[in-house]
Ligand binder design. Structure first.
Ligand code: PLP
Length: 392
């Protein structure tokens, strides 16, 4: 997309699709009206929001009035969890929530906040391949359980959780089920009725729309409290004058996915699988790949290079203008393996050498070839100067 820079970090964020950008500039130029205004400037603005609502709903096979636009995936996750749990805390109850140990910080940190406010949280462990067994959910349910929140696809490994099986359990117990579908949208077909969830979060900038727009899908009949109080926009669920440009962009981005997702997924999966197998062969099967081989989204690779620090590898790739993401989180100067990989039981030495490679709409076969060539040279160079590698 951008000259000689190779972008392999689509799970972090995506470029804006030119067709989405065209909608954005047209809306910014032609529609400055406030959607709440009852006049000839407000009406077209309100119609744009409504159109986008339909476009997002169609991708999810949902109803348009079930879509609540937000500012991000993070806000959608906060709205889902706090919207269910805070009213119960205010009534003096002690609600219980079930999540997994590998959720995004938007869920993990929100749960820490709710825990401090009096809620009880269960964090389910995952298997070594990152999968989750639905029977763990059954075992964790208590009388006070009000909400289960499990991601549809993991941002680091791409591993898919069996959310549709879990919904059979939550429904039987009369418990709400939220799924963070931020990394699944555009990579998996989503049908909210088939999934059986009650609340679903998504984010614009992961699906070729801009940053600063997201949505929460709320099943008809599910009551949650707003986080933002004010003018009562979004059916009272999210006050604040609508981000017209962002919302129209998200709508168009979802429409493009409805049209092209299947072909795009197939193309990206072929490239991803080739990259993975050729990397493995080029480095003599010494790489460690993380996550279930089949139950994962088509664009993501999570791997560790033994005896190499993920951050060092990232820096060397960056010098070659190749962008990937390091799986390890660095806090106060100390490298810790990624919490996701640690939850999968990956030992800390291997976890520290982890990187995430994620492909997308503009990844080409030629970019895969360049990546393979440069990555192999860099790893061999790093191994050559690693005493640990020599003494292995
Ligand atoms: N949930 C998951 C699984 C994510 O990967 C992300 C972003 O990386 C988010 C939530 C947060 O979305 P946003 O960046 O729109 O706040």
């Amino acid at each position: 997309m951008s000259g000689t820079n190779l972008y392999f970090d689509y799970n972090a964020t995506t470029p804006i699709d030119p067709e989405v950008l065209a909608v954005m500039s047209a809306v910014a130029r032609d529609n400055f009206g406030n959607p709440s205004s009852s006049h000839c400037f407000g009406h077209p603005a309100a119609a744009l929001v409504q159109r986008a609502r339909l476009q997002v709903a169609q991708l999810l096979r949902a109803e348009a009035d079930e879509i609540c636009f937000t500012s991000s995936g993070t806000e959608s996750d906060n709205l889902a969890l706090k919207g269910v749990v805070l009213p119960l805390l205010l009534q003096g109850r002690k609600p219980h929530i079930i999540i997994s140990a590998v959720e995004h910080p938007a869920i993990i940190e929100t749960c820490l906040f709710l825990e401090q406010a009096g809620a009880a949280i269960t964090r389910l462990p995952v298997a070594a391949d990152g999968t989750l067994n639905p029977s763990q959910v059954t075992a964790a349910i208590r009388d006070e359980t009000v909400l289960v929140s499990l991601m549809l696809a993991n941002n680091e490994t791409g591993v898919i959780f069996p959310v549709n099986e879990i919904s059979a359990i939550t429904r039987a117990h009369g418990i709400l089920l939220h799924t963070d579908a931020v990394q699944a949208l555009g990579k998996l077909q989503i049908d909210v009725s088939e999934l059986g969830v009650d609340l679903l979060s998504l984010s614009g900038h992961k699906v070729y729309a801009p940053k600063g727009v997201g949505a929460l899908w709320v099943r008809t009949g599910v009551e949650i409290d707003p986080l933002l109080h004010g003018g009562g926009q979004e059916s009272g669920l999210r006050s604040g004058t609508e981000n017209l440009v962002g919302i129209a962009a998200l709508g168009r981005a979802c429409e493009l996915l409805t049209e092209n997702m299947t072909d795009e997924g197939r193309r990206v999966k072929l490239l991803r699988d080739r990259l993975e197998s050729e990397l493995d062969a080029a480095l003599d099967q010494q790489l460690v790949f993380h996550g279930h081989r089949l139950l994962r989204v088509p664009n993501t690779i999570s791997l560790s290079v033994p005896y190499v620090d993920g951050e060092a590898l990232l820096a060397h790739l960056d010098l070659e203008n190749i962008a990937v993401s390091a799986g390890s989180a660095c806090s106060s100067g100390e490298h810790q393996g990624s919490p996701v990989l640690r939850a999968m039981g990956v030992n800390s030495d291997i976890a520290q050498g982890s990187i995430r490679i994620s492909l997308g709409r503009w990844t080409t076969a030629a970019e895969i070839d360049t990546f393979l060539e440069k990555f192999t040279i860099i790893v061999r160079r790093l191994w050559a100067i690693s005493p640990l590698y020599k003494n292995r």
